[in-house]
Design a protein around this ligand. Sequence first.
Ligand SMILES: Nc1ncnc2c1ncn2[C@@H]1O[C@H](COP(=O)(O)OP(=O)(O)OP(=O)(O)O)[C@@H](O)[C@H]1O
Ligand SMILES: [Mg+2]
Length: 385
Amino acid sequence: MRVGPGATLGIVGGGQLARMMAFEAKRMGYRVAILDPDPAAPAVSVADLHISGKLDDDAAALRLANACEVVTLDTEHVPAAVLERIAHHTLVRPSPRTMGIVQDRLSQREFLSATGIPQPRTHSVSQPDDLTTVGAAVGFPFILKARRAGYDGRGQARVDSEAAVERAWASLGKVPCIAEEFVDFSREVSVLLARDVHGASSFFPIAENLHKNGVLHTTRVPARLAADVAVEAQALGERIALALDYVGVMAVEMFVTRQGSLWVNEIAPRPHNSAHFTFGACVTSQFEQHVRAVCGMTLGDPTLLSPVFMVNFLGDLWRDGPPDWSKVLRHPGVRLHLYGKEHASPARKMGHALVLDPDIERAARIAGQLAGELLSTTAHSPSRT
Ligand SMILES: Nc1ncnc2c1ncn2[C@@H]1O[C@H](COP(=O)(O)OP(=O)(O)OP(=O)(O)O)[C@@H](O)[C@H]1O
Ligand SMILES: [Mg+2]
């Protein structure tokens, strides 16, 4: 069913993804409702309607369902049961089934395995007995990841030896986890695709990602990837989307191993940080594309208009007050995005910049300079607020 402009799009979660989705949806003439407990959440000031409630609050979810022709999400950490209940009243896209599979790292790994997708060896750790077998199952070092609710590298611990296994599990609160073999990758990339209600899919260019302390730091597009590997990466993404009968924008994070193989790290069933470059460097942004897909419309043109380098701004830049944004805005070819978050904590994502330049190496240099300048201005100007 098609949901046209003028209708109300509901978003569960009011973070920066919802904010940018709301910008695009409103430009296209939709009304936007946000469900989030925080009245200061980034998307609330952009939306037409704020429904205040926790993401697992049934009554709030029902209010959202009744206010909207279609509901989508800015996070996969919404209980699938709540989404099922919303789905009794209105369209939910992507589906509650998809969210149920993806929001638990173990069921996601099992799904990928059943779909024949290459991935790191994985072992379930849910009780003390599992700790004795995990080293033999996946080898050292490995990464222990909480099955639920992790993001930006939170809820993860690297384990280097048998002696460290128990401590690592305790550090994560002894919650159910998966252990994953540590992948000695040469690159990380993400396949960014959209699938419409009729099953047609469309690909944005593949992004090459660099993480720092488990958090995305930079994205470079086009990715440095051999043509045959890029084709294979997109084929893997399409297989995953097909198996989920997916509707919306999706990112599939992948490792490129030193031998040139592709292993899937994880699925993000929503717009993704590594596709922020599309909002400024592509004909259609990932946010517009997501709105088009979940509203049952034809997908937009994903063509890249210029090579682009994205750098994320985390809260550590705010240690002496807000950074001096004129350092960014003095570059005419740079697009600044700030998420309007009131509080900055060191690893919190606060904004990003896109550097568009026909010469991608120059774009990378400018992005590196910007990050360095912002850091040094905050360090040397403690009096500015
Ligand atoms: N098995 C692994 N081997 C090597 N590095 C890994 C492994 N798993 C994760 N990492 C590193 O940690 C980063 C974050 O891990 P992951 O994507 O699992 O976490 P996340 O918290 O879901 O992150 P986000 O939601 O921000 O993408 C990865 O992008 C990668 O750099
Ligand atoms: Mg990730």
